[in-house]
Design a protein. Sequence first.
Length: 154
Amino acid sequence: MKWLTVFISGLLFALGLGIAGMTQPEKIINFLDISGGHWDPSMLFVMGGAVGVNMMLYRLIIRRRHPVFEAAFTMPRRRLISRRLVTGAGLFGAGWGLAGYCPGPGLVASFSGSLAALSFVIAMLVGMQLYQLLQSLHQDDDVDADNADTAPRN
């Protein structure tokens, strides 16, 4: 039952991304182009809807003793803004702005056969592997501490 729920949730998410236009790089780039004369504010409604639903449901869900398919909620413990977090956020934003894709929409768009989306997903996977390689080469206390950033909530 858990995997069926995960599959249906992913399918709904992919459908929502498609309907909202998040799989169209030109729509994303036009949203980010606030001074170039092609600004498309429609993504504000997509993000506003997502944030609104999250704000309402988070409070209800977190009151439960545990998630439906897990023994406990896993909550972030670290509250520090680290160099790794800022670097990762910057790379994510640069990639989103340059390619017009972030991971979810890029993956969904790749199933359309779009060469640009497929290229993005391949580059993303290569980047993930490169990160894993660099992380394994530079094991230190800071990296170990950053990886241990969640704890079960009782």
